[in-house]
Structure formats: C-alpha cells, structure tokens
Write a protein that binds this ligand. Sequence first.
Ligand code: DX5
Ligand code: ZN
Length: 239
Amino acid sequence: MGRPAPRIAPSILSADFARLADEVARVEAAGADWLHVDVMDGHFVPNLTVGPPIVEALRKVTKLPLDVHLMMTNPDAFIPEFAEAGATYLTVHVETCPHLHRTVQSIKERGVKAGVTLNPATSLETVEEILVEADLLLIMSVNPGFGGQQFIPSVLGKIARARQRIDQAGSGALLEVDGGVKVENAGRIIAAGADVLVSGSAIFCSADYGAVIGALRQAAHHTAPASGVSPAGRPARRH
Ligand code: DX5
Ligand code: ZN
C-alpha cells in the first residue's frame, strides 16, 4: 500500500490579515492539518511579513501545528523568540545557516521540531549531512518571497531525489513542498514523494477552502485536474 494521505498546510501569506483569526478558523474547519507561517525579513527575500507576536497570537486561536518558515538572514537570533511564541516546526534555509548543525540543535533543544529548506537552485547535497537530525525537509518549488507564483516544474525531480535520500538515510524527516502547489499539480508532487503540501493562494483565493483542501489531499488518486474546485473568490495576489 502507499504512504499515508499527505498533510495539507495552508499558508496564511494569502489569507486576509485583517481577519486572520477567522481565516484560521475557516481552514481548520475545512480540514487543514497544519498552518504554514511565512516569516520574511526584507533581506534574504524581497518582502516583509510577520514575526513572533503573530505566531504567539495564532497559537492562542488554533490547535493546528504551526509550521513556521523562516526566510531570514539570521534565524539563529530569533529561534528563542519563535520557540517561546509557540512554533511547532521552525524551518531554516541552508543558504542563511553557515552552522546548520548548531542551528538545528538550537531549535531541537527548545522542544521545537527542526526543519531545513533550500531554494530551487540550491543542491540537495547541502542538506545531506543534516538529514538524520532534521524533522522536516522543505523543498521550495518557487523562489521564496511571494505567494501566487508558478511551480517550477524541474523541482519535481528534486522532490523525488529528496524522497530517496530521506529513505536511504533512515531519516524520520517529513518531506514538504512549498510554492505554486495547486489541485492540478498536487498529484505529481505527491507521486514524487511529498508528505506535506503547503498551499497559499490555491486555498485562500478560492471560494471553498474545504473543497480545495480535500482535492489537494485526494490528488494522489486523481492526477487529472479535479472538477468542481472553483478558483473563484478573491483574485490571486502577490504578497
Ligand atoms: C513563498 C512562501 C510560500 C507561499 C506559498 O515564499 O514560502 O509559503 O505562501 O504560496 P502559494 O501556494 O500561493 O505559492
Ligand atoms: Zn513558505
């Protein structure tokens, strides 16, 4: 038999920030497994988003695991604050961590699950030595910084190779994919080996969050575009 159904992690980057608690309640009721929180510093990526106070506020309004994606130049300096705020996963970019093993240990010492991630053009070899320590490997399928971008097709092969490396290393790390994930491509991403799908605009710019979350989860069984999932609602935005 195949692997368990993929976990779906809506990215709040595409949510209506003025109604954040409502948006979180809606995706939770719609069957989300995790909540993905994109932290951007305006330096590592050309955008600014949220910090520990928002993670702390989210922690109070949802029981969902908080999957915090740190797109920042100096994550080490903020790990204590994000851990204290209630992050479940803290994921750092290899491009920003010269002492990646130390950073991962620092996350785990605080009782938080440690994720590592890499940009589309960064080789998988950069995470090879840390795989057995990591709880999560996040493969970026867009260049980070904005929601609503197109999935980079060549990343599919990288996802498959990441799956092999995790399995060969005997690592317990979950394999997560982030960027441009939609009902139309989710089947191929799951088939390549993903355990967790992040999806922002496909969910939050739709009229029916539950339909999209359900279709993403079922995509392993329906690789053709799912019917009945309308992209209606608010238009896609670049955040
Ligand atoms: C991109 C972020 C993603 C983003 C995904 O830098 O890391 O999490 O919110 O949004 P979509 O699903 O719209 O590509
Ligand atoms: Zn992200």
